[in-house]
Design a protein around this ligand. Structure first.
Ligand code: SF4
Ligand code: SF4
Length: 239
């Protein structure tokens, strides 16, 4: 049999499978075996009744409202261990995130939605004014420059043509300034030419976690805009 004939036969086999599906699958959740492999690997199984298999079964049986109104979607860490383990490749994280997106924003627990609103309004989840942000990063940089071997270190904000755009996790600016120094020492010793945006510097996109697609797109768009404006090809994204 020629190569062309082999390829034609293979193609035909796929055509038959497409025309006559082995199962009348309606959605990926229909493929759940109920095997519990996801639950066995999930770090949250057993916490306040959480179990990823339960979430999949609720979606499968149409208990959308019960799932949306429950705590279950918010107990998930979105680590994706369940998906990695699932023999049927079910998109469990996407189920969880979709359920979260259907929760009224005023009912999103904790600081997540408030952080999203703050980031949209001010450019960071803390609502830190630009002058305070600049003061903090320059102050940390000056302290670092006092250490042996780093006297020529300077922080560069909005540097056009830098090798790397460095967005920041808000906690590094708020309570864990010392962790900035670890990054900067590595960059400095590696000769990395990095820059930090003066505004819209937040690297944590809580829209991802809250299921807010529009906010997520806006926040990602700001980073893309920085990279275009400053002509930078590489990104350091702290999440
Ligand atoms: S591992 Fe996959 S197939 Fe098994 S119960 Fe979980 S979601 Fe269903
Ligand atoms: S993504 Fe959620 S459900 Fe899956 S293993 Fe992690 S915590 Fe468990």
């Amino acid at each position: 049999m020629s190569q062309a004939e082999v390829e034609a036969t293979t193609k035909d086999e796929f055509v038959i499978k497409e025309k006559a599906p082995l199962r009348p699958v309606q959605s990926p959740t229909d493929l759940c075996l109920g095997c519990g492999t996801c639950s066995a690997g999930c770090p949250m199984t057993g916490v306040e009744g959480f179990d990823p298999r339960r979430i999949v079964r609720m979606v499968l049986t149409g208990l959308d409202r019960e799932l949306i109104d429950s705590k279950l979607p918010w107990l998930c860490t979105m680590c994706a261990k369940c998906e990695y383990a699932c023999p049927m490749g079910i998109n469990i994280v996407n189920l969880v995130r979709t359920a979260r997106s259907m929760v009224e924003r005023s009912r999103v627990p904790g600081q997540i939605h408030k952080g999203v609103e703050m980031a949209l309004k001010t450019g960071n989840n803390l609502g830190l004014p630009t002058e305070d942000f600049v003061f903090i990063v320059e102050d940390v940089a000056e302290e670092m420059a006092e250490e042996e071997g780093f006297s020529d270190f300077r922080i560069q904000l909005d540097k056009k043509g830098a090798g790397l755009l460095h967005t920041l996790h808000n906690k590094l600016v708020n309570t864990q300034n010392e962790d900035l120094v670890h990054w900067w020492k590595i960059f400095h010793l590696a000769g990395e030419d990095f820059t930090i945006p003066r505004e819209n510097w937040e690297g944590v996109n809580w829209g991802l976690f809250s299921g807010d697609n529009e906010a997520m797109k806006t926040l990602v768009g700001r980073i893309v805009e920085h990279m275009d404006r400053l002509e930078i090809k590489n990104l350091m994204y702290p999440e």
